[in-house]
Design a binder for this molecule. Structure first.
Ligand SMILES: C[S@@+](CC[C@H](N)C(=O)[O-])C[C@H]1O[C@@H](n2cnc3c(N)ncnc32)[C@H](O)[C@@H]1O
Length: 244
């Protein structure tokens, strides 16, 4: 196994690593999919799927009709290869807009943070949902980063937390009503901290895989996530919002 994936696999409790590039445990991904009523034949669009660890697990376990979208060609090539015989489809695109068509469930796992304009994204999600469709996602809750925090966080142009009241307002404006919400701050603090330790321990091999600068930034970012989730500077929530 490559150094990075090996470190991730070590950081998660037994049975909780399924190739996710995030702080979500497999059990939390299953709970979110269950709350969104993902099941046999349900059409699922997975935004920012990456290598689709969660998407592959959900497809294998539920028999849903899965389409994963990401802008990274290399992530999608890995996703396709790892999907093997699973009936997963993948499309390369920069979101928004969403791919054409209507879906019963839209997933966005661990990437709401990357979108500075959440109104534009959520309006597109609402457009792409069937009536009664569900938007299932995680969100990093908190005030915008200060100038000093932005200076410390690698790739700060992809780090846009949002207050929970504001997020609920964005959903409501798009015609989506929150039907389920769960806080995962302490669980994700534990995973961020475990990842930090594993990345530190494996740093020479990880640097060999992704380069010394990228490895150092990975460790710096996880130190900040561990601090922020531990102190309450940022809280993590999973939500399901339904289109009327
Ligand atoms: C943190 S990873 C999460 C991957 C996956 N959802 C998971 O939970 O394992 C974020 C992914 O979002 C993709 N991404 C970020 N912004 C995007 C955008 N505007 N359009 C498409 N993909 C995007 C990145 O390429 C990356 O693969």
């Amino acid at each position: 196994m490559a150094a990075l994936a090996g470190a991730r696999a070590t950081a998660f409790p037994a049975g909780e690593y399924v190739g996710q590039e995030s702080f979500m445990r497999a059990g939390e991904i299953r709970t979110l999919a269950h709350q969104a009523r993902v099941g046999p034949g349900v059409s699922v669009l997975d935004l920012c799927c990456g290598v689709a660890g969660p998407g592959r697990m959900i497809t294998a376990e539920s028999g849903c009709h899965y389409l994963g979208v990401d802008y990274s060609a290399s992530a999608l090539a890995t996703a396709q290869e790892l999907a093997g015989d699973l009936p997963c489809r993948f499309e390369q695109a920069r979101l928004p807009p969403l791919p054409a068509g209507r879906f019963e469930v839209v997933l966005l796992l661990e990437t709401m943070l990357a979108f500075p304009d959440k109104d534009a994204l959520v309006a597109e999600v609402a457009r792409g949902l069937e009536p009664g469709g569900r938007f299932a996602f995680t969100v990093e809750e908190g005030r915008p980063l200060t100038r000093q925090e932005r200076a410390r966080m690698p790739a700060a142009d992809t780090v846009w937390p949002i207050g929970l009241a504001e997020m609920t307002g964005v959903l409501r404006k798009a015609g989506l009503t929150v039907s389920w919400r769960q806080e995962y701050s302490s669980s994700h603090h534990a995973i961020a901290t475990a990842l930090l330790h594993c990345y530190r321990a494996g740093s020479p091999r990880i640097a060999g895989q992704i380069g010394a600068q990228a490895a150092a930034e990975l460790i710096r970012a996880h130190q900040l996530w561990s601090d922020w989730l531990g102190s309450g500077r940022v809280r993590k929530f999973a939500l399901v919002a339904q289109k009327q």
